[in-house]
Design a protein around this ligand. Structure first.
Ligand code: FAD
Length: 418
């Protein structure tokens, strides 16, 4: 019966000219001549900054310019890990703030972001890794993070189906357990911020590409787009993998290189993995989604490229790691594989704050780890634009740190679990 009726109901909607699709975000309006703030990039970071500008600071004459579709960059390509188990005090404080905003985000936005705080377990397969875990755990505890080094019995309790000798190559010696870690639905985070920002008057312009800038002295006065030129009071650059190229258009040189990062997802399985699981030594991490699919990721591709193609090499590498950890995955089908372009800095930490141009603000260098930062970077970048002051929590992430050689080395904490 249903099979017979379905085409008729679809036809009814298809031919009814007055049928209004359910829209969370208003359609792209005409561009105005001038905005107080222009945000480049309609990913999570740009959308969150717009929301906090409008909601917290009452600045609503804001345009988000997105060359593709909303969140179609790395925001919709990431593997949704959120955590605060970093190495340096500056990073831990910042990601802790982000995590606390994730904890209340569904309520704050009135939009279900499917936050699941199930903890993250990172495996150690060598004494050197165990030593680095002790250092990381002590640092985290000192900063008030829920983090501890655990032995093999606890690893087994947390992850009963794990193959502890990992194919004989990488026997598990212990782990780093971060009870605060979890996942949040990436599209929902973007759509939640987009919906609430646009309700406050922020304009979201999809298929609107920034092509250049007009400057006067050390101030950018206008932004050029494929839909015309607009005047801008402030500009926030949050362009994901293309951050280096956009900054160059404004005459700003950033220490950023692009590397592809790939991930893949299997067919759905019954629940068997209740934590986020990661192995830095094997460059593999796994998380089971709420649909039962196993999301598998690893390290960046080893060459610089601004491309979103996925490769067989990486599929083989990710599959090998996953099967060593869980041998019963050997005959599971891979449903999808994809890639994003990541904007990597030399110290694996982001750049947030001012640029050599007076009214041009940077939110970039998010590489393979920036989804978890979305609410805190949005909130703090909005604060900078609204007040003109860089809050203490962002000061260590300035562009000048590269000149002063005050680097924030987070390579060990970001390499394989993002
Ligand atoms: P994006 O979401 O990339 O948004 C930038 C937007 O700018 C894009 O939509 C783009 O189209 C637009 N844009 C670019 N150029 C222009 C232009 N000229 N004009 C107008 N618009 C322009 N992070 C984590 O924290 N946890 C993870 O588990 C994780 N996993 C990842 C897995 C993969 C496979 C990838 C690729 C990334 C992962 N990341 C992860 C990193 C994370 O996705 C990014 O750091 C984060 O999404 C960056 O958000 P954004 O808003 O800055 O950038």
């Amino acid at each position: 019966m249903i099979e017979v009726l379905m085409p008729f109901s679809m036809l009814k909607y298809g031919i009814r000219s007055k049928h209004r699709p359910f829209l969370d975000i208003p359609p792209t309006p005409d561009l105005k001549k001038s905005y107080d703030v222009v945000i480049i990039g309609g990913g999570g970071h740009g959308l969150a900054a717009a929301y906090y500008l409008a909601n917290t600071h009452g600045i609503t004459n804001v345009a988000i310019l997105e060359k593709g579709y909303l969140a179609g960059g790395n925001t919709a390509r990431n593997t949704t890990t959120v955590r605060s188990n970093y190495m340096t005090a500056a990073s831990i404080s910042f990601y802790k703030e982000a995590l606390s905003l994730f904890e209340t985000m569904s309520h704050d936005l009135g939009f279900n972001i499917m936050f699941s705080q199930r903890g993250q377990l990172t495996l150690a397969h060598s004494d050197a890794t165990m030593r680095s875990f002790h250092l990381r755990a002590e640092m985290g505890k000192h900063m008030g993070t829920r983090i501890e080094v655990v032995d093999t019995h606890t690893v087994k309790d947390l992850c009963p189906h794990l193959n502890m000798d990992v194919g004989g190559h990488h026997e598990v010696l212990g782990g780093l357990w971060h009870a605060d870690g979890g996942t949040a639905r990436h599209d929902a985070v973007a759509w939640g911020y987009a919906k609430r920002a646009s309700e406050k008057g922020v304009e979201i312009h999809q298929r609107t590409e920034v092509t250049g800038f007009k400057a006067s002295g050390d101030k950018v006065t206008h932004v050029n787009t494929n839909r015309g030129q607009i005047k801008a009071g402030h500009i926030l650059q949050a362009a994901g993998g293309l951050n280096g190229q956009i900054a160059e258009l404004a005459g700003v040189r950033l220490p950023i290189r692009c590397f592809p990062l790939q991930a893949m997802v299997t067919q759905p399985l019954k629940p068997f993995l209740n934590t986020l699981l990661s192995s830095a030594n094997m460059h593999t991490y796994l998380v089971q989604s709420s649909r039962g699919e196993v999301v598998i990721g690893g390290g960046s591709d080893p060459y610089q490229l601004a491309s979103t193609r996925s490769t067989f090499d990486q599929k083989e590498h990710l599959a090998e790691g996953a099967v060593h950890l869980f041998p019963f995955l050997h005959n599971v089908k891979v449903l999808r594989q994809w890639a994003g372009i990541t904007d990597m800095t030399p110290d694996y930490s982001p750049i947030m704050g001012s640029s050599p141009l007076q009214n041009y603000w940077l939110d970039c260098g998010w590489g393979t780890w920036g989804f978890k930062a979305t609410p805190a970077s949005g909130k703090r970048m909005a604060e900078i634009i609204a007040t003109g002051r860089v809050p203490d929590i962002l000061k260590p992430f300035s562009l000048e740190r590269f000149e002063k050689f005050e680097l924030l080395n987070e390579m060990g904490a970001t390499a394989a679990s993002h």
